[in-house]
Design a protein around this ligand. Structure first.
Ligand SMILES: Nc1ncnc2c1ncn2[C@@H]1O[C@H](COP(=O)(O)OP(=O)(O)OP(=O)(O)O)[C@@H](O)[C@H]1O
Length: 248
């Protein structure tokens, strides 16, 4: 028997007035998968992701996240997911420990859970002595790794990452992806947008959006074969060239 997909969408659509930002997308993601969600600027990725996170109601179509309905069970969805992006992450004017406590508190974790897991997290990031430092004083790469750790702190079923490594140096991006792999191995499903094609190669499967539609969806190897391309960069460019949207 196959497991229920952890993310399921069918003709999921979002219109703003008469503009269709997300146009009838249908796909499934399995538990523990690392799923890359690619597309040129303006393709509709953020709009789609906001619907999947229960932050924005679809205009039409269906979607369930961890079995919860995106129309009726948005609170359940929020409890079962983690989220981070380059734009929205930690509070710069709180310390590392304060940030952890704040986010863990939102998810109703016990003091004992927070204490144990905080020690574990600080050790993993080699930050044992830095817990009382302000997050604003940390370098960007470290801030992003910390933000990821905080996004999965409450052990969500899925974590949504919106361009999590934007502006981060290649070595730190590599380390960041090691953390993603560890989380996926622990059973957390990863849904990630990125503009870096080397990162796309690290995903189990990738979808590529063009003008609100999913134009391609496969493994990196499968996409390269279909588009007769040597690299993911080449696949992406072939598809992105089809875009007609003005901000794409
Ligand atoms: N609230 C809104 N009202 C009207 N149009 C919107 C709104 N939000 C997004 N759009 C439009 O929908 C389209 C898709 O935007 P979206 O931000 O989802 O794209 P994206 O693929 O995430 O792009 P980027 O990589 O630049 O973040 C764009 O043309 C954008 O201008």
């Amino acid at each position: 028997m196959t497991e229920q997909p952890i993310i399921y969408t069918e003709h999921l659509t979002k219109r703003f007035g008469d503009f269709t930002a997300v146009d009838a997308i249908s796909f499934e993601v399995q538990k523990g998968e690392i799923f890359g969600f690619l597309g040129a600027n303006g393709a509709g990725k953020t709009t789609a992701m906001r619907m999947l996170c229960g932050l924005s109601l679809p205009t039409s179509g269906k979607a369930t996240i961890a079995g919860f309905d995106v129309y009726k069970q948005t609170e359940k969805i929020k409890q079962n997911i983690g989220y981070m992006s380059q734009k929205f992450s930690l509070y710069e004017d709180l310390t590392i420990k304060e940030n952890i406590r704040f986010y863990a508190g939102i998810y109703g974790k016990s003091d004992a859970f927070i204490k144990d897991k905080t020690a574990q997290l600080l050790q993993q990031l080699n930050l044992e002595a830095e817990g009382d430092k302000l997050v604003g004083s940390l370098p960007l790469g470290l801030k992003q790794k910390l933000a990821f750790s905080v996004a999965v702190f409450h052990e969500p079923q899925i974590v949504f990452l919106d361009e999590p490594t934007g502006g981060v140096d290649p070595v730190t991006r590599r380390e960041f992806w090691n953390m993603i792999y560890e989380a996926a191995t622990a059973g957390i499903t990863i849904f990630v947008t990125t503009h870096y094609m080397d990162e796309a190669e690290y995903c189990n499967r990738i979808s590529i959006m063009v003008d609100g539609k999913i134009e391609a969806l496969d493994t990196p190897a499968g996409l390269k074969e279909t588009y007769n391309a040597a690299t993911m960069d080449d696949v992406f460019l072939q598809l992105a060239r089809k875009a007609t949207r003005s901000d794409a």
